[in-house]
Design a protein around this ligand. Sequence first.
Ligand code: CDP
Length: 193
Amino acid sequence: MRFTVAIDGPAAAGKGTISRAVAAEFGFAHLDTGLLYRAVGAMGGDPIAAARGLQPQDLARDDLRSMAAGQAASRVAVIPEVRAALLAFQRHFARSAGGAVLDGRDIATVICPEAEVKLFVTASPEVRAHRRWLEVGGDAAQVLAEVIERDARDMGRADAPLRAAETAVIIDTSALTIPEAIARAVAVVKAAR
Ligand code: CDP
């Protein structure tokens, strides 16, 4: 069975939590595509060479969830050759036997436009920054500024900018609890199966 759930959205909108829950509910494989860009950004040196030579162990570094790694990721993510180097792996994963959930910025628009389910998960910048601050701590105003800066870079880039696919179902998690957000996503997937 090939079945792809594409989940896109801005930083800290809840994509990861929803993706893991949907994957667990339906027994699908899950790929957090942001980790690929975070790993490339964290490796330093030439990002194009890093993307072309990316290895599974590069995704296991324990510093990839930091704010700095997020910023480094969004800087290398504007480079078309970096995106091209990561494309085939993601497309192949999307068609995993048994179904797949991929979350990122361009899954429904570029990586897998034929995905059976397309979700765009979003929330207000303030809510997203607060959630990220609970995870990483530090100065709350600085976290909000970095979230806004990263969103602007992700939406403004020429290659695969962050945007909702025309047929995506939008889930705004600003006023939803985690179980409510998961229930909405699961209902959309159930309806499409
Ligand atoms: O967890 P969070 O939503 O903050 O970020 P992430 O999904 O780990 O993505 C980190 C950065 O990688 C994003 O800000 C994008 O610049 C880039 N990215 C991308 O360009 N395309 C993707 N499919 C996934 C991430």
